[in-house]
Design a protein around this ligand. Structure first.
Ligand code: X2X
Length: 360
């Protein structure tokens, strides 16, 4: 009797384990780690959580992605993220082109100063790049270096904040110490504008602002500056849109290949939803109500729908350079664009110009 019972239990356990493995996908991990450089409350962090939740729901818990914000998985070193994703220390990353650009020169395209800012509709221009030939060239360049790309999202156009004073012309930046990411094009751009760029990881930047080590920084309004309460350190905001920071959803290729074709399709669909959500968070209050309407349709209208009024309420001065003033910045940074067009590849820059022109 005892033998019969234990045999029955063994058979039951074996059947249970086999079924569970079949449902789970035999070699799926219990947890997939997704890296995010800034904090969980940033637009970027929220987009990552939105993606992970969607994937968990749609896969009935088969694919469990955990978001690790605040550069936890990369010990604060944001420009090492690509390498860690490629070698499998990280499974997924919702990543900025800026942080991967030291390894993939093509990703400097959207960091060419004032390249998109002078377009009649800067968001249309960005969408045209993502959906066009140039976006495909950027993704191909990444995949060639060993990371699978399943979608885009958006950190946003990067605006200048400072404790020193409003910035509406290149001369206003003279001698200002500006915190930038450790990516060479940033150092060059701010030097060319007469500022004093200081390379600092994001993980140390807030302390740098608090202690006044720098006079200013540049980051997107909805995605980073408002969640960080930048007005605690900087009272001046300049809405110069000098570059944009698109985000990419990257996956380690071995991890990607381990998913069934159905689950790969599911992940692509969730990435496409996350792109819409992330872009809406980034563009909220800046695109004539389009993003607000979209977020409302999801039942996710954010607390702050007018970022400019909100910043002013917190005591910030919002400076909006005129198109003529932007043209002066454009001229002042011509050498940087020329120099980096050679490094990025003139073919890619030309493809982006054509993609943007079609969308005008
Ligand atoms: O470091 C930054 O400024 C941030 C958070 O925007 C990036 O990771 C590019």
């Amino acid at each position: 009797m005892k033998g019969f019972l234990s045999r029955t239990i063994m058979v039951f356990l074996a059947v249970f384990c086999l079924t569970a493995a079949a449902v789970q996908g035999a070699d799926y991990k219990n947890e997939y780690k997704l890296s995010v450089v800034p904090g969980a409350t940033s637009g970027w962090g929220q987009t990552a959580t939105y993606f992970a939740d969607l994937v968990r729901d749609k896969s009935n818990g088969r694919i469990n992605i955990k978001v690790y914000p605040s550069s936890q998985l990369i010990s604060g070193k944001q420009t090492s993220e690509f390498l860690m994703l490629r070698n499998g220390a990280i499974d997924f990353a919702l990543a900025s082109t800026i942080n991967w650009s030291p390894q993939i020169k093509e990703l400097n395209l959207t960091a060419l100063p004032f390249f998109l800012a002078v377009e009649p509709d800067r968001y249309k221009a960005m969408d045209a790049i993502m959906a066009g030939k140039s976006g495909q060239m950027m993704r191909d360049a990444i995949e060639k270096k060993g990371v699978k790309i399943i979608g885009w999202a958006e950190n946003g156009f990067r605006e200048l904040t400072s404790s020193k004073g409003p910035v509406e012309k290149p001369e206003d930046l003279k001698g200002m110490k500006i915190r930038v990411v450790g990516s060479p094009i940033f150092i060059e751009t701010f030097r060319e504008l007469g500022a004093n760029p200081v390379n600092m990881n994001w993980s140390e930047a807030t302390t740098g602002f608090q202690q006044g080590v720098v006079d200013g920084q540049e980051n997107p309004t909805n995605g980073i500056n408002i969640p960080l309460k930048i007005w605690d350190y900087h009272k001046h905001h300049s809405d110069w849109h000098y570059i944009i920071d698109p985000l990419l959803m990257g996956v380690n290729p071995k991890v990607w290949d381990s998913f069934s074709p159905e689950d790969q399709k599911l992940l692509l669909e969730c990435a496409a939803e996350a792109e819409k959500y992330g872009k809406a968070l980034s563009r909220m209050g800046m695109d004539n109500g389009k993003s607000e309407a979209y977020l409302k349709s999801l039942g996710k209208t954010p607390e702050i729908t007018d970022p400019y009024a909100y910043m002013e309420k917190q005591g910030m001065t919002v400076t909006r350079p005129t198109p003529e003033q932007i043209a002066k910045f454009y001229e002042a940074t011509r050498n940087v664009r020329d120099n980096w067009t050679t490094k990025i590849g003139p073919d890619l820059v030309k493809a982006a110009q054509e993609d943007m022109a079609k969308a005008r």
